[in-house]
Every structure is written in structure tokens, then in C-alpha cells.
Design a protein around this ligand. Sequence first.
Ligand SMILES: Cc1cc2nc3c(=O)[nH]c(=O)nc-3n(C[C@H](O)[C@H](O)[C@H](O)COP(=O)(O)OP(=O)(O)OC[C@H]3O[C@@H](n4cnc5c(N)ncnc54)[C@H](O)[C@@H]3O)c2cc1C
Length: 362
Amino acid sequence: MTDIIIIGGGISGLLTARELAVAGAAVTLLERRAVGREASWAGGGILSPLYPWQAPEPITALCRCSQAVYPAFTGALFEATGIDPEWTQSGLLIGDCPNIDQAEAWCDRHGVRHARPGRQDIGELEPGLAITAEQLIYLPDIAQVRNPRLLAALRADLGNRRVRILEDHEAIDLKIAGERLQSVGTNRGTFTAGQCVIAAGAWSGLLGRQLMPELTISPVKGQMILFAAAPGLLKHIVLSQGRYLIPRRDGRILVGSTVEYTDFDKSITQDARDALRHFAVTVVPGLKRHDIERQWAGLRPASPNGVPFIGRHATFDNLFFNCGHFRNGFAMAPASARLIADLMLGRAPIVAPEPYGLKALH
Ligand SMILES: Cc1cc2nc3c(=O)[nH]c(=O)nc-3n(C[C@H](O)[C@H](O)[C@H](O)COP(=O)(O)OP(=O)(O)OC[C@H]3O[C@@H](n4cnc5c(N)ncnc54)[C@H](O)[C@@H]3O)c2cc1C
């Protein structure tokens, strides 16, 4: 028997595994397909909600704690594995910002640096940008990670820490005896553990629905395109009217994303490709010269208001959950993993846990 079973190998499950392994637990991670290939691979890696002042306070709390640890955490992963997660403080430029006064007041309250660049400043910050200075706000400290690389580094690090990762193992049912979870049934046999964490992303609700009908998580599709651009064309993350461009260190530029309620369908569409390309070349005309290298879609695990479910089952007290991070799974990941580990190990929680419980208003 292993101490702890984690179901799901996205950023939530991998980081939970790491947090628990660091604390000395014997961890087995069950992944239905391959680790780090679903929403966590498909996302953009921006380490902040797009419009942070619109996020509910429990999201802000997890983001702020996570932002504080990301540089050291990604640095340690790079050192341990040789894989660079490319944590980069690109800064975020938001054009057509709704409620800019509210945005500035929020930044002041939370100690987030901000500026309102004029036309000349934009020219200096981002010469290739074709958005006006109207309603523009700049948050210089917002950072990004290259999420596929962070996932690869995490996986390698878990291997070094002797976490058992079992791919092609789909958790199918959770078996209860009395008031405890007894075992997890999979397509490849049954696993028993002292404690179990559901971190199965958009699929968490399906898995937990017998025991946790309140775990209301639904899939929300997001499509992205990737331009094979050259370094220097864009330096900052740029957001306008809900869409964004993310420049990677090698010059590639991601453009996202759609928000589609199409159940578990992950197909990509020409309409989305055209709309994202139109947005991209309008904001950065220089992109017209570059090809789209790739298009993909992922399923965000959406809780009703974006606040994740992190906590312990009220009756089956060895059953835990860390899921439903919707659009901000990377922005909240380190603090979410720390919180669930705190609750499992009886440590003082990093943030007040109540807003994330099953009975909280999500
Ligand atoms: C287009 C797009 C852009 C995004 N951009 C950002 C961004 O810029 N910043 C940000 O912070 N967030 C972003 N997100 C959101 C972020 O990607 C997610 O919130 C996060 O990846 C969720 O991680 P997860 O581990 O909970 O889920 P996932 O990464 O989906 O992982 C869940 C895992 O569980 C496995 N699984 C499911 N069911 C079972 C089962 N029964 N048994 C075993 N394994 C199972 C799945 O195969 C999967 O590997 C974006 C998402 C998308 C789609």
C-alpha cells in the first residue's frame, strides 16, 4: 500500500504529488493517458488572471501566494532536472481595459505595480504594437511560464523523488468501506492507499459524482494558435478585448483563446483559427509575415465561478480534491498544492481553506 494516491497528472496532480513527496509521503499518481497532455499542456502559462481585479478574492489569494514562489520554484526545478520552465517576467499590457479606475484601485490595494503608458511610451515598450493608448494599463511584474516545459521538469523531478507515476491507468471507481475511501478501481487493477486526492481536471466531476455531487466541474474548451515568429517582434504579454498574445523566449507567439461550451469535444475549427489570426495581426501587424505553426484545443476545468475546489470530503475523511481551477490553473497551482498538502498533513494552511470547500459558494 502506498501512503497517498493522486488521480490525474496535470499541473494540479503533479504539484500535489511533489508537495507531498517533499514532506516524505509515498505517492502514487494514476493518469488515465499520458501525464501533462490535457489542459495543462494546452494553456498559455500566464501567471495571473487576465483581468486580476475581476477575480473573486479566493482566486487572488492563491495567485498572490503562487506568484511569490514561482521564481525560486522554477529555478529549483531547472537546477534539479536541467529542464528550464522559462519563468519570464514579460509584463502584461492591457488595451481597451474595462473599468480602468477600478483596475488601478485594485492594484494599489494589492501592491501590484501599474502604469498608464502614453502613445510615446507604448512606442518604446512595444514598437510593433498597433493598439491605441486609450484605456491602456501596464502591469510590469506579471510573469509567464512555458507550461509544457514546466510539466516536463516536474515529471523529471517527481522521478528523482521516487513518486510512482502510472500512465494508462484510468481511475474508474472509488470504493468506500464505512466512512473511509478504501481503494481506487482502475482499468488495470485496484489500488489501496491511506489517502486519495482527485486532481482529474475537467473530468473530476465525473469521477467524484457518486460521492461528491457538489463537485460541479464542467469542461470549457479553449483553442489557441501558435505563430512561428522571430525573437524581438513582441516582448510583453498583450491582452485586448479578452484575447491575448504571449511571446515565448524563442520568438514563438501564442494567441488565445476561445471560450466554448461544447462538453468534452476538443476538436479545432477553422473559424477559431481565422478569428485568432485576425485578432493577432490587427494587434501586431508584423505577424502577417509569419506562418501559423500549430493550432490546438484544451478543456479547462470550470467550477461555477472559477474558484477551485480544494479540501477534504466531509464524511470520507481520507478523500481529498484539488480541481476546478478553470482559467487560472497555473496562476494558482503552487499555493493550491501547498493548501491541499497542508490539510492532508495537518499543517497550518497557507491560506484560509473555507472558500474552497465543497459547501462553499462556488
Ligand atoms: C486554451 C487554454 C489557455 C489557458 N491559459 C492559461 C493561462 O495562461 N494561465 C493559467 O493559469 N491557466 C490557463 N489555463 C487553464 C489551465 O491550463 C488549467 O486550469 C489547468 O491546466 C488545470 O490543470 P489540472 O491539472 O487541474 O487539469 P488537466 O491538466 O486537464 O489534468 C487533468 C489530468 O487528469 C487526467 N484524468 C482525468 N480523468 C482521470 C481518471 N479517471 N483517472 C486518471 N486520470 C484522469 C487527465 O488525463 C489529465 O491528464 C488555460 C487553459 C486552456 C485550455
